[in-house]
Write a protein that binds this ligand. Structure first.
Ligand code: ADP
Ligand code: MG
Length: 352
């Protein structure tokens, strides 16, 4: 209950906005559940700076507002900076939910990995120039490490809050120009397991390109949504039993894969990889054995990158992309993986 009281009090004291406060700009995206625009303030008092993003959403907008408010209170650095959400009732159309965020920047990770320059195009954005390394695999690996670390850090924030995102993909990772870090966006498919909000609506379509093989995040034996107080009491137990956060880890593993292998960055490339992996019963090591002997230069280079420092990147990838959710690492454990730790790397190479 504290949480609800807190949310209520916070709402009372926060400024509220309405439709006329915003001027619509360029359309940024259009999904099944809403349209997203870049917008600016209609009147611009000095306190209101910079552009904003508006999502006009259908009935799922209510859940997305709830998730964004929860994130803002619990793990604000994980996601795009959320300002406000409200129900906009117009006489002509059905009611819409309006959600407003700060405009974080021009590029999603999807835009960035599509560039021929990737990962060098990201280097100066997040690291500044690294003078001490020559261009080449090691340098690319360092940049990819940094992106993945930031993504896992954001994900760990969400998971520690009890939120599973369920639609992690490069299109939903935005580069925040203000903080020079990657943040997660689009909580439209997220589930908050601690209070049973958006408890696996069965009709929801997960993005098949990035979805883990398990169809529902909670086991199908878990009965349908319990009431909120019951769910709050049960959910830590359910979380332990079902490890729903590992769904996001699988998707994050596919992002690491795409960063390492240029050939899997396109839609068709990723779909092809998914088909190959399925044929190997989701055994990444078996997949590698099947493709490596006849690998082209692109593929071989990806393996080479992941094999640096005793194969620590490959090891982490195999901990993320696994058939069984409970065999995948958590975001927190992944952050402690030696892939991210230079001294750990050293220790590992000495051990070997
Ligand atoms: P959809 O439901 O259409 O996928 P998203 O929330 O993912 O909605 O937003 C669609 C697109 O709008 C994103 O892929 C991104 O390009 C852009 N976008 C969303 N939020 C922001 C933000 N806070 N700052 C900058 N761009 C954003
Ligand atoms: Mg999206």
């Amino acid at each position: 209950w504290d949480m609800f009281v807190l949310a209520f009090v916070e709402r009372l004291f926060r400024p509220t906005y309405k439709k006329d406060d915003f001027v619509l700009g360029k359309k940024l995206g259009e999904g099944a559940f809403g349209v997203v625009y870049r917008v600016s303030w209609a009147k611009k008092p000095s306190s209101k700076e910079g552009d904003l993003v508006l999502k006009k959403a259908t009935e799922y907008g209510a859940v997305e507002i709830w998730m964004n408010e929860r994130v803002r209170r619990a793990c604000s650095n994980s996601c795009a900076d959320f300002l406000y959400g409200f129900l906009e009732k117009s006489s002509k159309k059905e009611a819409e939910y309006w959600l407003i965020w700060r405009f974080e920047g021009e590029s999603t990770l999807a835009d960035l990995i599509q560039s021929k320059e990737f990962p060098y195009n990201v280097e100066s954005m997040i690291l500044g120039e690294m003078q001490d390394l020559p261009k080449g695999l090691e340098r690319e690996n360092r940049i990819i490490q940094t992106i993945l670390r930031q993504l896992l850090f954001a994900l760990d924030g969400l998971h520690s809050t009890g939120i599973v995102h369920r639609d992690i993909k490069p299109q939903n990772v935005i580069f925040s120009e203000g903080s020079r870090t990657f943040k997660i966006i689009d909580l439209g498919a997220a589930a908050d397991l601690r209070v049973g909000i958006n408890y696996i609506p069965k009709e929801f379509l997960l993005d098949p390109r990035y979805a883990a093989p398990e169809q529902y995040i909670m086991s199908t034996q878990t009965p349908s949504a319990p009431s909120a107080p019951v769910a709050a009491a049960l959910s830590p137990v359910l979380w332990q039993l079902n490890l729903p956060d590992r769904f996001d880890i699988y998707s994050t593993g596919l992002i690491l894969l795409q960063m390492a292998f240029p050939s899997f960055r396109s839609d068709s490339g990723l779909i092809q990889f998914n088909r190959q992996l399925k044929r190997c019963d989701y055994d990444l090591i078996a997949w590698r054995k099947s493709v490596e002997p006849r690998a082209n230069g692109d593929l071989r280079r990806g393996f080479e990158l992941l094999d640096l420092d005793g194969g620590i990147g490959w090891e982490l990838l195999t901990c993320m992309v696994r058939y069984k959710a409970r065999q995948r690492v958590s975001a927190k454990a992944a952050l402690a993986h030696p892939y991210f730790d230079k001294e750990g790397l050293l220790a590992l190479s000495i051990m070997q």
